[in-house]
Design a protein around this ligand. Structure first.
Ligand code: NIG
Ligand code: FE
Length: 405
């Protein structure tokens, strides 16, 4: 019998119970709330979840934890982060506060390329330490499963070191080989030729997915197609950064190539909304990024009402979204994207897990991973309601406390 952990007398347990995954439309609202509840873990797996009156197991090798005044929700899933970077962009942040725009700074050689220079200055151990530190920030905010992109190396060694660092810190690595054109390559096509020939064969063995920044000033649709087709042929799942500033063809390309997701969508118009809603591609919304850059928010309500599958993520990175807090993202989802708390919860759990190809997490049910968050709250919706609040009282990962306050 594996070690068992019982969290008892919880004010509430709340978990998505969608009819199908990814959840879409009304199904995003399907959150089951059990009052006066418990969660029982056997080893790294959930044994049972239910109301206290149905709890039968009390004797034997069970560590009991008092959950009074707390709520349990599934461990949060951050399906879009950029944690492998050196340096910071606090100077740029100050310039933007004074009126400079993100795209202007990027065009002037700041932005992503300044982080590329800082990341290349780290050795492999230094980069791994940075990713480990960022993973700790995520966990402290309730994240138990996460994706981490490369994309600040853009040379072979730093890209591969980034992917190894993400895996070593417990994340799912995504090769963002097409993030920007690094200075040693004269143009985007030449850079992609080199990356596909010289980096992809090794990256494919280290990463779970590939991603591209399809945008004015980065890569166009033809270049994105060439990169993604090569990555798909090498066995990687596909993701796209699209429609962040302009509609440049990311949604049709994502649908055509069978991508897992298209992320950002701040510039998506009605045709893009309708096309995405008819497809199996998940729209990953990043409201902290839009807030951080003072940009328009994505058309979240239209996407959900049209029937699109959506997820929410932090987009944690030094330039456009320096936050690792999914609870903050849930607050923004409710106040800025006009999603209901239940829709936000589904989007940061079960649907985000789907984007990462994980079906063993994102819900609380027998047989799934024993990953959950204890909220210091009498009602699970404090997850979104407590804006910037200290809402995470504990994080259980694989049936053990990873964070306990
Ligand atoms: O998702 N848009 C492209 N990449 C990141 C930002 C990268 C940066 O500014 O360093 C994003 O927002
Ligand atoms: Fe991003």
């Amino acid at each position: 019998m594996p070690a068992r952990l019982l969290v008892r007398d919880l004010a509430q347990v709340a978990t998505p119970v969608p009819g199908a995954v990814p959840a879409r439309g009304r199904d995003l609202h399907t959150v089951e709330v059990i009052e006066d509840a418990y969660v029982l873990c056997a080893g790294a797996t959930i044994e049972s979840v239910g109301p206290m009156r149905e709890l039968t197991v009390t004797a034997g090798d069970v560590e009991e934890v008092d959950g009074r005044g707390l709520c349990a929700i599934p461990g949060l899933v951050d399906c879009h982060t950029h944690p492998a970077f050196g340096g910071d962009r606090v100077e740029e942040f100050s310039l933007r506060a004074g009126g400079a725009t993100y795209e202007e700074l990027h065009a002037a050689g700041g932005g992503i390329l300044s982080t590329v220079a800082a990341t290349r200055r780290l050795d492999e151990a230094g980069l791994a330490a940075r990713v480990e530190r960022h993973a700790g920030w995520m966990q402290a905010n309730g994240t138990t499963t996460w994706e981490g992109k490369s994309g600040y190396g853009l040379d072979r060694d730093t890209e591969l070191a980034s992917l190894r660092a993400v895996r070593a810190a417990g994340g799912s690595p995504t090769w963002l080989g097409a993030h920007a054109v690094p200075p040693e390559h004269p143009d985007a096509d030449g850079y992609l030729d080199w990356a596909i020939a010289d980096v992809l064969p090794a990256a494919a063995g280290l990463a779970d997915a590939a991603d591209v920044f399809l945008e004015r000033g980065a890569f166009d649709a033809a270049q994105a197609r060439r990169y993604l087709e090569a990555c798909r042929a090498a066995g990687l799942a596909l993701r796209l950064h699209g429609d962040q500033f302009t509609e440049s063809g990311a949604i049709p390309l994502a649908i055509e190539l069978g991508a897992r997701s298209v992320d950002h969508l701040e510039a998506t118009g009605p045709d893009g909304v309708a096309a995405l809603a008819r497809s199996d591609v998940v729209g990953v919304l990043l409201p902290a990024s839009a807030l951080f850059l003072d940009r328009p928010q994505p058309p979240a309500r239209s996407l959900v009402d049209a029937g699109a599958a959506i997820a929410l993520a932090t987009d944690f990175n030094p330039g456009s979204s320096f936050t690792t807090s999914l609870p903050l993202v849930c607050s923004l989802a409710c106040t800025q994207l006009h999603l209901a708390p239940a829709e936000a919860l589904s989007a940061v759990t079960v649907n985000a897990a789907h984007v990462l190809g994980r079906s063993n997490c994102g819900r609380l049910a027998p047989g799934l991973s024993a990953d959950f968050v204890l909220l210091d709250a009498p009602d699970w919706r404090y997850l979104a309601y407590h804006l910037g609040g200290d809402v995470v009282a504990g994080v259980i990962r694989g049936g053990r406390f990873a964070v306990r306050r």
